[in-house]
Design a protein around this ligand. Structure first.
Ligand code: ADP
Length: 393
């Protein structure tokens, strides 16, 4: 079995995969770690178990998860696992690909803490807890930033004094790399073309959202920057904004409050008071702010597609993924209808057909193909974990 972990500051999401077939057998979460009323949920296709208990830290939470997985006969113990794969948010410039974890990798992840303090610290907690419980299980780190390390300097450098880059590593890194990689590779398979020959734009639209330009399987630009705040309009994050606005705000409120305003009170929520797109869609008839929020979001996505079309020098496919990309026919239509002059023949009926798996939303004759592909970052992490560990055997 391979265990995939996504450790947050107060939560752990996990999925357990059969290691030969990479079939997911059970998944779950531990929430409110460090609080008095923690919850562990474990679900498989037939049942769901929820337990309320006290989980003071990540190690206790993982021990409890181990206990539940043993009691439900999924594993004998964590030490019997084939390996553990971790989602690690920020690999900085140190990691271009997934990596077997050893002391030096842990040190590098630590050295990138300043780039993503909350996320990397939590990811390290997960790694250390597994090491503490079962020191001999091979562990693999899969970085959100790694896929974008192929970006050229002209895409990743900000036009600010060079020392800010050399001294503080201030540059664009990009995130959601595992998702952009997975859906771009999958669309190549679905349209039966060689991944290495394709120009693809992927749109990961969830609460966090980013676009990526992929040329021959390599990310050449992406919309998130040094942090996940840059780029598209998100649930509660502003995306692109004039840095002058930040300076202006710094004369009115504290840095902490600016962080809160731009990361948690902006985006769709800032524009209309609601961050859940399902709710916004219900409001558009009667609420002009909700309608505007949708339009600002779609306009930004369209601008990025135009920019990426230009830098790619052509386009074979666009992929929508993430909660909004996978489920909002309205957003997909608002975006795709506006760019039909790029060689896209939009198919409204296909777009509105609800499907669980991947589906195309363009006509068979469309020269640029547009697809909806559910993302599966955990499966990619499980696959890398399997490959890296098998290569050691
Ligand atoms: P996260 O980035 O937290 O993983 P998700 O990928 O789950 O987020 O996406 C969450 C977003 O997807 C929310 O804005 C939610 O409203 C939207 N969403 C989920 N289901 C639907 C749906 N059926 N129709 C429209 N939007 C949806």
């Amino acid at each position: 079995m391979i265990l995939v972990l996504n450790s947050g500051s107060s939560s752990i999401k996990f999925k357990l995969y059969e290691h030969k077939s990479l079939k997911m057998v059970v998944s779950g979460t531990a929430q409110k770690i460090g609080e008095k009323n923690s919850i562990i949920t474990v679900s498989d296709p037939y049942s769901k178990t929820t337990k309320e208990l006290i989980l003071p830290n990540h190690t206790v939470a993982l021990k409890k998860i181990e206990e539940i997985l043993i009691s439900q006969n999924y594993i004998n113990s964590f030490s019997s696992l084939f390996g553990v794969g971790h989602r690690v948010v920020h690999g900085g410039e140190d990691f271009h690909s997934p990596t077997l974890i050893d002391e030096s990798v842990i040190e590098s992840i630590k050295s990138n803490i300043s780039l993503a303090p909350l996320h990397n610290r939590a990811n390290l907690e997960g790694i250390k807890s597994i090491y503490h419980i079962s020191p001999n299980i091979p562990q693999v780190a899969v970085f959100d930033t790694a896929f974008h390390q192929s970006m050229p300097p002209k895409a990743y450098r900000y036009a600010i004094p060079k020392e800010l880059y050399t001294k503080y590593k201030i540059r664009r890194y990009g995130f959601h790399g595992t998702s952009h990689y997975y859906v771009s590779k999958k669309v190549a398979k679905l349209i039966k073309r060689d991944y290495k020959s394709l120009k693809i734009i992927t749109l990961h639209l969830g609460n966090g959202a980013s676009a990526c330009a992929i040329d021959g399987g390599r990310s050449i630009d992406t919309s998130m920057g040094m942090t996940p705040l840059e780029g598209l309009v998100m649930g509660t994050r502003s995306g692109d904004i004039d840095a002058g606005v930040v300076l202006f705000l710094s004369n009115i409120v504290s840095t902490k409050e600016i962080d809160n305003l731009l990361n948690r009170e902006s985006g769709l929520k800032g524009l209309c008071g609601i961050n859940d797109l399902r709710e916004i869609q219900k409001e558009t008839d009667k609420n002009s702010d909700a309608q505007l929020a949708l339009e600002v979001m779609a306009h930004r996505i369209i601008k990025y597609i135009g920019a990426y079309y230009a830098i790619l020098g052509g386009l074979d496919a666009i992929v929508f993924t993430g909660g909004i990309g996978e489920h909002s026919a309205l957003v997909r239509e608002m975006v795709t209808k506006q760019i039909e002059h790029f060689g896209i023949e939009f198919d409204k009926t296909k777009n509105e057909t609800t499907q669980k798996d991947a589906f195309e939303i363009t006509k068979d004759t469309s020269s640029v193909k547009v697809w909806v592909i559910p993302t599966d970052e955990e499966l990619v992490i499980a696959t890398y974990t399997k490959e890296i560990i098998e290569a050691l055997l």
